[in-house]
Design a protein around this ligand. Sequence first.
Ligand SMILES: Nc1nc2c(ncn2[C@@H]2O[C@H](COP(=O)(O)OP(=O)(O)OP(=O)(O)O)[C@@H](O)[C@H]2O)c(=O)[nH]1
Length: 344
Amino acid sequence: MRREKIPVTVLTGFLGAGKTTLLNRLLKAPEMAGCAVLINEFGEIGLDHLLVEKLDDDVVLLNAGCLCCTVRGDLVRALRDLALRAEAGQEIRRVVVETTGLADPAPILQTLMTDPVVLSAYRLDGVVTLVDAVAGMATLDTQVEAVKQAAMADRLVLTKTDIATPEAVAALKARLAALNPIAPLLPADAPPAALLDAGDFTTSGRIPEVASWLEQEAHGHHHHHHHHDPNRHDAGIQACSFVFDDPLPWDGVATWLEMLTLTRGDSILRVKGLLNIAGQDRPVIVHGVQHVFHPPLILAAWPEDDDRRSRLVFVLRNLEPQVVAEGLAAFVTAARETEKSRDF
Ligand SMILES: Nc1nc2c(ncn2[C@@H]2O[C@H](COP(=O)(O)OP(=O)(O)OP(=O)(O)O)[C@@H](O)[C@H]2O)c(=O)[nH]1
């Protein structure tokens, strides 16, 4: 007897658009029982698998690098492994693939729609693209991946409307409607039923570029300027990360991150951190997206077996990691000095 094909949803959206936040909300819904998650992160230190609130082993972190190029083989392998687990009796009713914010969706769709191994067990069931209402317009102006993500969506989700101006929201809505005439535009709190089961991907009704992007993939014309280095995307974009053994002073880190996003937001495509803060026995999560430094979150507990070192990951555009490293070191040292003199 042939098993029913497992639906695969591709969750995409530019860096920091809110993919993990939405995924965490979705995973709490009863209709998401038996959902496996594949996460791909750009840069060599992945944090998302720690931030997705799923306790079983159905969250698979794909190798560092960008899903659309370097780890396409990993995607197929991970899907094949999940299919084998399903064959062996594990309940896998659905798969969500969370791409990196830098992923070009065309090669991913091409793989999901044409790879024989994938097709034997899965069916593509929709591309959900998140667009950040604050940073979205600037991102569409500068990053072609973001344009492709929006144009190829079956569902568009507009996030962060709560912190954007009504004018920015209206302008972005109009731009998205022109880029993608067929995808419903949904709010950040859209229920799972509105996001899932979008069905087969079709180019009909979309802007003509979509068919040609897929066509180029079919002919193997995918030539991003990717390097084998998992930290590099193209000439201007690179990831860098910092690890600290000793607890960090909150004042130093927060002041510096706030200043950095404010003054260099165009270059700080993303900053994400899991921090061990002096005087706080739980991990502190920080998020920055271009000019926005989001309110920090405190997790309930450190992950089991974690070494409790602080990890900060940046995706930079036209900014040298050295500049970030020096600023960070200066602020942390200054804050530690201030603390010492206070204790004295
Ligand atoms: N105010 C507000 N903040 C949001 C919303 N959605 C997400 N965020 C915040 O945006 C930041 C980034 O969210 P994530 O869910 O980590 O974004 P992501 O797309 O998974 O990020 P990457 O995986 O790094 O690309 C976090 O601080 C979230 O709390 C929203 O609708 N409103």
